[in-house]
Write a protein that binds this ligand. Sequence first.
Ligand code: CMP
Length: 137
Amino acid sequence: MEQTLSIIKPDAVAKNVVGQILARFENAGLRIAVTKKIQLSRADAEAFYAVHAERPFFADLVEFMISGPVVVTVLEGENAMAKNRELMGATNPKEAAEGTIRADFAESIDANAVHGSDSAENADIEINFFFAQRDIV
Ligand code: CMP
């Protein structure tokens, strides 16, 4: 069983669509192994997105990710990472396919509702960033 990390970002939490988004994961056959709502600190957001530190959008991304609480979830299932990415749609909601989470709930490339791990290696790193192994059941 593959595991992947999902973050429901501050825009989607503020819209009160956490349940609707989690239901999409479950309806697609993914299982919620663990989930929690947290407020990221600036240091958390900078560390989580360290891979983007040199990109021009990094400062705005960090500001946005600390603008309100997020919901972090470990999703589990067959091809969990690919399935989650399909459900999310393209990073830019304007390019996201109809019926995807970003097409339905996101406003812009910054406020794009959800994050999902983009490789097995990153999934491991991102899951360990937020959760202890004993939390994941
Ligand atoms: P996410 O999957 O969380 O990974 C990095 C985030 O940076 C991305 O979603 C977007 O919300 C944000 N971002 C802003 N501008 C860009 C860009 N030009 N390319 C990629 N990601 C961007």
